[in-house]
Structure formats: structure tokens, C-alpha cells
Design a protein around this ligand. Structure first.
Ligand code: ADP
Length: 199
């Protein structure tokens, strides 16, 4: 069981996945809040059944999975439904993340939080991946082929770069080449191994 947990956050396209993959390659357990959020409403889950009961059969697609585009349309402009969804998924998401961290055998573990999430009691130290806004937008555009307005809207809904950096104990600068991440991750890895030992 790992007791030392590093929270990893950053805006969309800042490089959270690029960074977490490098920790994974060092055999560090990675718990990802976005992946957990998807898996608690996967086909056949109790939570998906609760959603279907309230929102109707239409919310399930032909393969039995949650129809996400339909869900987004339905939730848009309806804060009460959004709040209800958050209230029923929060517990299962946290349980799953806690379980993943409890099962981790690595000396410390990484908890990847989507940009909107602040510090949780599970976290001992906060790591923020940082890139200039323009670079962040360019990388998201290249990755997702999204329209600039869509990317702007997502970024506008996330905490600002300054707000994220204010929460950081450690910062990874991802304004350079991907290879520049290797060295920074290695330095932090050594530091976290020491912290995990002393915690
Ligand atoms: P996030 O998980 O924070 O949304 P990603 O790690 O997916 O961000 O990075 C966004 C995109 O930018 C991906 O396509 C990734 O391969 C690319 N990318 C990440 N870091 C760099 C970099 N230093 N140079 C060039 N491309 C990068």
C-alpha cells in the first residue's frame, strides 16, 4: 500500500498524459480521475442504472453504454441535473480512486486530476504541468481536431493558469520538446522516492 500520493494537474493539453505516461514507465501506479469517472458509469454499472431510471432509456446507446453526446446536450444549461449527476458519481469515483491507490505497490502513486479539480485529502503533494496558453491550444487542436471556439470554451471553464500554479508544490515546464519532460520527471521521481521514504 502506497501512502504518499502526488496529485497531478494541468489544463487541457498541458501534457498531463505525456507526464503520467513517464511515471508509469517507472512503474509508478497512476490513478486517473477522468478514467475513474468513465468507469463508474460503464455499461452494466449500478450508477448507469440510476441515471437511466431518472433520465430515460434514450440516454443509453445501442451498445448499452452511456450516450455521452446526448448526455452533454441534456445537461447543457441545466445545473440541477449536472449537480445531481455529480452527487451520484462522486462517491463511486472517490472509492475507485482510493482502491487503486490502496492497491498500489509502488513507493508512491500519482493521482491525475482533471483541471477543474482542486486538492483532495488523498494528496500529499501537488504537481502542476504548465505550458503557455497558445501552445496548449495548438496541442489540443492537433490532438483532438477541435474547433478553436470549442477549445477556448473548455479552457474558459477551467481554472486559470495562475490559479493552478498557485496550488503547485512542484511544476513541470512543458513549453519545450517532449524529451525535456524526461529529465524533469526523473528529478521529481527521485525526490518523491525520498519523500515516500520519510513520510
Ligand atoms: P493533457 O493530458 O494534459 O490533456 P496531453 O499529454 O494529451 O495533455 O498533451 C496534449 C497533446 O500535446 C498530445 O497530443 C501530446 O502528444 C502533445 N504534447 C505534449 N507535450 C508535448 C511537447 N512537449 N511537445 C509537443 N507535443 C506535446
Amino acid at each position: 500500500m502506497t501512502r504518499f500520493v502526488v496529485g497531478l494537474t494541468g489544463g487541457i493539453g498541458s501534457g498531463k498524459t505525456a507526464v503520467s505516461n513517464r511515471f508509469l514507465a517507472k512503474n509508478i501506479t497512476v490513478a486517473d480521475a477522468d478514467i475513474a469517472a468513465r468507469s463508474v458509469v460503464a455499461k452494466g454499472t449500478e450508477t448507469l442504472e440510476i441515471i437511466r431510471n431518472r433520465l430515460g432509456d434514450d440516454i443509453i446507446d445501442s451498445t448499452g453504454e452511456l450516450d455521452r453526446p446526448k448526455m452533454r446536450t441534456l445537461v447543457f444549461g441545466k445545473p440541477d441535473i449536472r449537480q445531481w449527476l455529480e452527487s451520484i458519481t462522486h462517491g463511486p469515483i472517490m472509492n475507485l480512486l482510493r482502491q487503486t491507490l490502496a492497491d498500489a505497490s509502488s513507493p508512491y502513486a500519482l493521482l491525475v486530476l482533471s483541471a477543474g479539480t482542486g486538492r483532495t485529502p488523498l494528496i500529499n503533494r501537488m504537481l502542476v504541468v504548465d505550458a503557455p496558453l497558445e501552445l496548449q491550444k495548438q496541442r489540443v487542436a492537433a490532438r483532438d481536431h477541435s474547433a478553436p471556439e470549442t477549445i477556448d470554451a473548455i479552457i474558459a471553464a477551467q481554472p486559470t493558469r495562475a490559479a493552478r500554479l498557485a496550488l503547485a508544490d512542484d511544476i513541470i515546464d512543458n513549453s519545450g520538446l517532449p524529451t525535456a519532460l524526461d529529465k524533469q520527471v526523473e528529478t521529481l521521481h527521485q525526490q518523491y522516492l525520498r519523500f515516500a521514504d520519510y513520510d
